[in-house]
Ligand binder design. Structure first.
Ligand SMILES: [Zn+2]
Length: 75
C-alpha cells in the first residue's frame, strides 16, 4: 500500500519502474478507467522488449526486435 502525500504525489514501486522503463524524466499518463486509475508510460514502447520507440514508428517494435523477427522467419 502507498499513501498519497499532501501534494498528491505517490511513489511508483521500484519493481514496476524497472519493468516499464520509468527512469527519471519518463512520461506517464493517468487514465480514469471508472473503477480506478491506470498509470502507464505515455511514450510508445516495443511490445517485446519494452524499449522506447519513436512516436511515429510504423510497427510497435524496436529495430532490434524487428531484426530478430525477420531473422527468425528466414530460418
Ligand atoms: Zn524490442
Amino acid at each position: 500500500m502507498r499513501r498519497v502525500d499532501k501534494l498528491g504525489r505517490i511513489v511508483i514501486p521500484m519493481e514496476l519502474r524497472k519493468k516499464y522503463g520509468l527512469t527519471e524524466g519518463a512520461r506517464i499518463e493517468f487514465l480514469d478507467v471508472g473503477e480506478g486509475i491506470t498509470v502507464r508510460p505515455s511514450e510508445p514502447v516495443c511490445r517485446i522488449c519494452r524499449a522506447r520507440i519513436a512516436e511515429d514508428a510504423a510497427l510497435p517494435l524496436c529495430e532490434n526486435c524487428i531484426a530478430e523477427v525477420l531473422k527468425s522467419q528466414r530460418d
